[in-house]
Design a protein around this ligand. Structure first.
Ligand code: FAD
Length: 451
C-alpha cells in the first residue's frame, strides 16, 4: 500500500451532497480530495432528477403540441420514442457530468475513482490508494429498496429504468410516491398501460389530500389501486402481481414491473467496525451541524436516510463545511424544505400541516387565473395556511410551474413572513405567481378574482 495522502477534507461520494462539499471546501482554501465509485453527479445527475426531468420536459412539449389546435395552430403530429428520449437524456447527463468533473479539477480537488472504505476514523482506502484526512464527509447517497418479495428476474427499479430503449406495453408501478408518480406520468405518455399500486389510502400520501385527488383525476388513463398490499409476484410470459385490498384479492398483469417503494442509505464499508451510530431506518445519525458520533466525521444527503432530495443534500453540505471551518452557529433548518413532483400539473409544497384553533387558509384555483388560461391550463390550485397570528406556515401548489413558484413560498415560510408581508411586493401580471398572491389574499378575504 502506498504512503497516505493527507487532506484537510476528504469527501466520499460525488453526488449533489459530495461535490458541493468538495467545491465549497476548496473555495474556502482547504486541501480537498473526493472518492467516487461510479460517476460524478451521483444518482441525481445519472439515474434520478436529471434523467427523469429530461424525459418529462420532452413529454411537456408533446402535450402542448397535441393541443396545437386549442392554441389556434394547425394540427401538429409529434410522436414520442423512448429511444430518442434516451439519446437526449444521455447527451444532457454526459454534459453535466463533464461539467462537474471540470469544476472539481479547476478547484484543485483530487478525484479518486473507486469505492472508499474506512480503515480508521480518519483514514480510508480507495483501491490501492490510502488517504488520511482531518475531516471526512460521507455523502454516499442511497439505493432503491428491493424487499425480498420482489426478488424476481427482470424487475426494474429507478436504477434500471433509464436504460430502457422502448416502452413496455403495460407497466405495473409499485409505489405511488414522488418517484412512482413521475414514472407513471412518463410511461403513460409513452403509451404504456400504467397501473400504480399504492399501500396507503392514496397516492402522494405525504401531500394534502386535495393534491392526491387532483392528480388522480388528471390521470384518467392510469389505473390506481390504493390500500393495496402486495402479497406475491410471479413472472411467466408476463408479470403477475397479487395484491390484498379492503375489497379482496386482485391479480394485476403487466409486461414489466417498476419498483418505487423508497430508498435506503448506502453506508460505506468499515464504518460499523468504528461504531458509527445509525438511525432506526439505517441512515447515518447526525446532529444539526451534520456531525456523526465519530469525531471529525460528517454525513450529508441521502445517506442520513431523511429528506431525500438533492437540494437538501447540497444544503447539508454547506452546513457541514461551515462547521468544519469552525462556524458553530450554522445548523440545518428542516422547517421549510420544499417538496417537488414533476407531474402534469406539477405539485410542490413547503412547510408543515398543522391543525388547531384559529388557523386561516386561503385558496385559489388555476382555472380562474388569466395566465393559466393563456397556457390552456385549468387544473390545480394553490393553498396558503397561516398561523392564528397570520404567519405563513404552509403553501401547497398544484399548477404549471409549481416547482418554480415554490422557492418564493419557501422564503416566506422559512422567514415566517406574515401574509401581509408576503403581499407587500407588486406581483407582475399576467403570471403564474398571481396564483400565490390570490391564495394569500384569500387568507385575508381580499381575493377579488376568486370565483
Ligand atoms: C428517479 C429519481 C428522481 C429524482 N428526482 C429528484 C428531483 O426532482 N429533485 C430532487 O431534489 N431529488 C430527486 N431525487 C433524489 C435525489 O437524486 C437524491 O436526493 C440525491 O441524489 C442525493 O444526493 P447525495 O449526494 O446524497 O447522493 P447520490 O446522488 O446518491 O450520490 C452518492 C454518490 O456516492 C457514490 N458512492 C457510494 N458509496 C461510495 C463509496 N463507498 N465510495 C465512493 N463513492 C461512493 C455513488 O456512486 C454516488 O455517485 C430523485 C431520485 C430518483 C431516483
Amino acid at each position: 500500500m502506498n504512503t497516505p495522502h493527507h487532506y484537510d477534507l476528504f469527501v466520499i461520494g460525488a453526488g449533489p451532497g459530495g461535490y458541493t462539499a468538495a467545491l465549497l471546501g476548496a473555495r474556502k482554501g482547504l486541501k480537498v480530495g473526493i472518492a467516487e465509485g461510479a460517476q460524478c453527479g451521483g444518482v441525481c445527475t445519472n439515474r434520478g432528477c436529471i434523467p427523469a426531468k429530461s424525459y418529462i420536459e420532452s413529454i411537456g412539449l408533446v402535450i402542448r403540441m397535441a393541443n396545437a389546435q386549442r392554441y389556434g395552430l394547425d394540427p401538429v403530429t409529434a410522436s414520442l420514442s423512448l429511444e430518442n428520449l434516451h439519446r437526449r437524456k444521455t447527451r444532457i447527463v454526459t454534459r453535466l457530468v463533464k461539467g462537474i468533473e471540470h469544476l472539481l479539477s479547476r478547484a484543485g480537488v483530487d478525484v479518486y475513482p473507486g469505492y472508499a472504505r474506512f480503515t480508521g476514523e480518519h483514514s480510508l482506502h480507495i483501491g490501492e490508494a490510502h488517504v488520511e484526512a482531518s475531516s471526512i464527509i460521507i455523502a454516499t447517497g442511497s439505493r432503491p429498496k428491493r424487499p425480498a418479495l420482489f426478488d424476481v428476474p427482470g424487475l426494474m427499479t429507478s436504477d434500471e429504468v433509464f436504460d430502457l430503449r422502448s416502452s413496455p406495453a403495460s407497466l405495473l408501478i409499485v409505489g405511488g410516491g414522488v418517484i412512482g408518480m413521475e414514472m407513471a406520468h412518463i410511461f403513460s405518455h409513452l403509451g404504456a398501460g400504467v397501473t400504480v399500486v399504492e399501500a396507503m389510502e392514496r397516492v402522494l400520501a405525504t401531500e394534502d389530500e386535495e393534491v392526491s385527488r387532483t392528480l388522480v383525476s388528471a390521470y384518467r388513463k392510469i389505473h390506481f389501486v390504493t390500500s393495496a398490499r402486495v402479497v406475491s409476484v410471479e413472472k411467466n410470459s408476463q408479470y403477475s402481481l397479487t395484491v390484498e385490498t379492503p375489497s379482496g384479492r386482485q391479480t394485476l398483469i403487466g409486461d414489466s414491473i417498476l419498483l418505487c417503494v423508497g430508498r435506503e442509505a448506502v453506508v460505506p464499508n468499515g464504518l460499523s467496525e468504528l461504531g458509527i451510530a445509525l438511525t432506526p431506518a439505517g441512515g447515518i445519525l447526525v446532529d444539526g451541524t451534520m456531525r456523526t458520533n465519530l469525531p471529525g466525521v460528517y454525513a450529508v444527503g441521502d445517506v442520513t436516510g431523511a429528506h431525500m432530495y438533492a437540494h437538501v443534500a447540497s444544503k447539508e453540505a454547506q452546513v457541514a463545511v461551515a462547521r468544519i471551518l469552525g462556524d458553530t452557529t450554522r445548523t440545518m433548518d428542516y422547517s421549510a424544505i420544499p417538496s417537488v413532483v414533476f407531474t402534469h400539473p406539477e405539485v410542490a409544497s413547503v412547510g408543515r400541516s398543522r391543525d388547531g384553533e384559529g388557523r386561516k387558509t386561503g385558496t385559489f384555483p388555476v382555472s380562474s387565473l388569466g395566465r393559466a388560461r393563456t397556457m390552456d391550463e385549468s387544473e390545480g390550485f394553490a393553498t396558503v395556511l397561516c398561523s392564528p397570528e397570520g404567519l405563513m406556515e404552509r403553501v401547497t401548489i398544484v399548477a404549471p410551474h409549481a416547482t418554480e413558484l415554490i422557492s418564493w413560498a419557501s422564503l416566506a415560510v422559512q422567514r415566517r413572513l406574515s401574509v401581509e408581508e408576503f403581499l407587500a411586493p407588486c406581483y407582475p401580471h399576467p403570471t403564474m405567481a398571481e396564483l400565490l398572491k390570490e391564495a394569500a389574499e384569500d387568507v385575508l378575504g381580499l381575493s377579488i378574482n376568486k370565483p
